[in-house]
Every structure is written in structure tokens, then in C-alpha cells.
Design a protein around this ligand. Sequence first.
Ligand code: ADP
Ligand code: MG
Length: 241
Amino acid sequence: MVDETTQRAAIVAATRAVADRMEAEKSHLTDLDSAIGDADHGSNLARGFRAAADAVEDDESTPEELVKKIGVTLISKVGGAAGPLYGGSIMSASQTLENGLTTDTSVDFAEAYLEKVQDRGGAQLGAKTMVDALTPAVHTYKKSIEVDDLPPLTAFAKATAAAEHGVEYTVPLRAQKGRASFLGWRSVGHQDPGATSTWFIMQELLEVADEYLEDETDVDARSPTIPEETPDELEDKEETA
Ligand code: ADP
Ligand code: MG
């Protein structure tokens, strides 16, 4: 496991990477939210994560305290549904990092985060919310580590791919929670903004984890889907191509 200084540096770098990504995706997320909401999701998250990145810069606190601070900052800066859902859940889940950020505590964090999002928002799977990206991601991560015994980076790459599938799955659903639910059947055919931002955040976390973890696995966060074929089958394919 990496030492506390490296954990701290990884948390700060991850927050900055997420802030940059939210800034870059601001109009994309806003477009998604304008179709089934009130067009503020992109600006909400860009503002919130920038403030969170500034808040943890040069902070010498423990990993638990840093993550808690990120949550508290998001609550105060984001507003809307996403503020308490993202911020409040990160804040509560930070308790799982009491003994630092390890593979095991990262699974605990992911589970606690999902549980808090569901406690706060009351959304079940299939309600067309961030829960639809988060649930398959957290379950895939936990199973990959605890059952399949995969290295954490590989597990997180699979979880990110699962989140992407979850995002696609929101398109045909009818929203049952949040502003989009006011549209009833008219919400069908649109991709959920909160599920999309959840997936983008995971892509950034994967890239930063790749930089900071002592793990041999080579991952590409921009196309995290794990090939189904075995390496031999892939080689055959390349030869015939
Ligand atoms: P608001 O809807 O208040 O404008 P945002 O636009 O920032 O807030 O966030 C909208 C996103 O929040 C939705 O796309 C959805 O993923 C998520 N969301 C809304 N309500 C809930 C809920 N009850 N549970 C989980 N996620 C929710
Ligand atoms: Mg909105």
C-alpha cells in the first residue's frame, strides 16, 4: 500500500483532475440537464469541484479529513439535488478511510457512498439517476476485488466500464426521481446527467489511480472496456486483420 503522503497527493490530484474534467464537460452536462432538468448540472459540478480542489490544495490533513473536506465543500457550493447527494455522501463515506486509503477501504468507501446516495435520494435502480451508473460500478468493483481477486486498477477499470453501461441504460428509462420525473414519459430517450457525471468522475479517478498505484496493470481510462477475448484470441484477430 502506498504511504500517507502519496495517498494525500493522489486525493489532491484526483480532485483537481475531476475539477478540470467537470469544467471541460460543463456544456455537455448542461445540455443533458436542459433536456430533462433545469440546465444547471454542468455549472453546479464545475463550480463545486473547483472549490473542492482549491480547498484541499496544500492541506496536510489525513486522507479521511481531506475526503471529508471535499464532501463539505461540495455541499456548500453545488446546491440542487447533486450537492447533497455527491457532497453529503462523500462526507459520510469518508469515515471508512479512518485507517487510510487501501484497496480494502476503497471497497468500503464505494459501498458506503452508494448506500448514502440511496439513503438520501431514495432512488432505486432503474429510476434514471446517478444510482444507475453507481450500482453496477460498485458491485463490479467489490466483486472484482473480493471474489475475482483482481488488482485494484483492473477492478476499477472494470467498474468504470460498468458505470458506462449504466449510463447507456438510463436512456430508455422513465425518470422516477428528481426534476426529470416531472416530465413523466417525456424523460424517456434522454441520458441522465447525474449518471453521466458519475461515470466521468470515475474515468478521472482511474487515470489518477493509474499514476499513483504501484500496479503493473496498464489501463486506458478513456476506453475502459475490458476485452472479452483472451490475449491469444486478440493476437489471432490482429493477424487476420
Ligand atoms: P437539480 O436536479 O436539483 O437541478 P442537478 O441538475 O445538479 O440538480 O442534478 C441532477 C441529477 O441528480 C440527475 O441527473 C440525477 O442523476 C440526480 N438525482 C436527482 N434526484 C436524485 C435522487 N433522488 N437520487 C439520486 N440521484 C438523483
Ligand atoms: Mg439540474
